[in-house]
Design a protein around this ligand. Sequence first.
Ligand SMILES: *[C@@H]1O[C@H](CO)[C@@H](O)[C@H](O)[C@H]1NC(C)=O
Ligand SMILES: *[C@@H]1O[C@H](CO)[C@@H](O)[C@H](O)[C@H]1NC(C)=O
Ligand SMILES: *[C@@H]1O[C@H](CO)[C@@H](O)[C@H](O)[C@H]1NC(C)=O
Ligand SMILES: *[C@@H]1O[C@H](CO)[C@@H](O)[C@H](O)[C@H]1NC(C)=O
Ligand SMILES: *[C@@H]1O[C@H](CO)[C@@H](O)[C@H](O)[C@H]1NC(C)=O
Length: 501
Amino acid sequence: MGGFQLLVFAVVATIVWSAAGEPEAFHVDGAPPSKIAVVGAGIGGSATAHFLRQHFGPEVQVDVFEKGEVGGRLATVTVSNNDYESGGSIIHSLNLHMQEFVKQLGLKHRRTVAGKTAVYNGEEVILEETDWYLLDLFRLWWRYGISFIRLQMWVEEIMEKFMRIYKYQAHGYAFSSVEELLDSLGGSGFINMTRRPLSDSLLELGVSQRFIDEVIAPVMRVNYGQNVSIPAFVGAVSLAGAQNNLWSVEGGNKLVCSGLLKMANANLLKAEVRSISPISSGEALQYQLNFTTATGTGSELYDIVVLATPLQDGVGPGLQFQGFTPPSKQMPGDYHSTVATIVHGYLNTSIFGYPDPRLFPFASVLTTETPGLFFNSVASVCPVNISAGFRRKQPQEAGIYKVFSSQPLEKSQLKTLFRSYYSVQVTEWQAYPDYGSSQGLPPVELHPNLYYLNGIEWAGSAMEMSSVAAKNIALLAYHRWNKQTDMVDQSDLMHRIKTEL
Ligand SMILES: *[C@@H]1O[C@H](CO)[C@@H](O)[C@H](O)[C@H]1NC(C)=O
Ligand SMILES: *[C@@H]1O[C@H](CO)[C@@H](O)[C@H](O)[C@H]1NC(C)=O
Ligand SMILES: *[C@@H]1O[C@H](CO)[C@@H](O)[C@H](O)[C@H]1NC(C)=O
Ligand SMILES: *[C@@H]1O[C@H](CO)[C@@H](O)[C@H](O)[C@H]1NC(C)=O
Ligand SMILES: *[C@@H]1O[C@H](CO)[C@@H](O)[C@H](O)[C@H]1NC(C)=O
């Protein structure tokens, strides 16, 4: 996106410290843990393994359980010998943990290939990017008046507060819940933003209904497959991403996950964890994980366990909690299913009012909330490895397109959207929370030394949110293990950090 981007550059200059920090030399009394398990090797689990290693040192055994592919929702599909992102695809330049991972792993930013975006309302293109950025700004001004500036300032203010987390984490501070974390960044205002609809917050700011319908709704549809009733905090996080400082990883974003596991020297177990039960012997509490592999079953004891996979019914691993009181740790709510269809074919540009494909100037089309419209977005996509000579295919050529929809596309729908096609690959994701399906944020601490990462997704679902949660859980696990209560849920951190320096 270019023309209706929301620019957030003011904060860049104020953030100069490194996100990852050095391993802290905290005082340690008592024996260190000998074995830690992480369940799930998506970005959250891989980052957790990395940060656990950083904080607990080289001796502890870190086992990572993954029943599917490393990378989780960061995945690729192959079309004609090239790989394409089918899941989480974009990273924001202010996502400091992700930036740091890529740097430490020696990975590269993928080259971006310019392309214009349009918004389609089911009948016609109602908003389009032009070649000239200033012209877009003037058009936005003309069409939406003050909305654009108000929104920009709102997002900027939220981002600036959110970025305090890197400072707190670099100083070793942890939070025992998502609420505590949000409260320390943005006070009760942030917590309230996880509970009220985005549209209410925007209308209150004075953003026009038209701007919400024509710009905000399409961005929410492509990012979360949902409408502007999603919580304001989630919405703000994704609006910060709706600007041009976006990047992805050369070779595929999932390389970050495999790289982090390797760097953490973690043992990757291709196994599905079936049950977890607390085992007490004297003073010590451990957890028994029972799991199945391709060849049989296994059982191991751990001092600390991090669950880095959604615990909603039917989404996560179907993990049984045995011997806990209260018995179940299943989380309320559902995940939203979004279908990513990768099509190799000829786009039917007639739909968008361009019978001659050579005149179709767009690389991606977002859509407004339109009853009966069967797709959320369609975009020409580039492979994960972009060679120097790469150019985007013209609309009159056969190209690779990614379509997001809430239901699998029917053959007739594919035949409407594409004049013809060579191949179709469908990935059905339980992509992000269904934000209408639950109130409240899930807990982080489920039981002593048993942590849950994915609750953060209910505040915002993005690679960086999971990375922030991973760092928080590694710090929290470390402080809990060493009984350092003065590093958890501290108030007035901005002030403390100033006086510590
Ligand atoms: C958040 O909501 C609570 C309860 O409704 C209210 O007391 C508080 O003032 C709100 N905070 C902000 C910053 O709006
Ligand atoms: C958004 O979607 C939810 C659930 O699908 C629905 O209940 C709500 O009415 C919709 N809101 C708007 C503003 O369309
Ligand atoms: C794609 O990029 C990754 C990361 O830079 C590299 O390891 C891999 O060899 C590349 N693959 C091809 C086919 O160029
Ligand atoms: C886990 O496996 C162990 C050893 O096979 C067994 O004794 C125990 O009952 C199992 N626990 C659960 C909850 O299935
Ligand atoms: C393309 O879209 C137009 C307009 O919606 C439609 O009439 C036509 O059947 C579609 N398919 C092809 C192959 O042109």
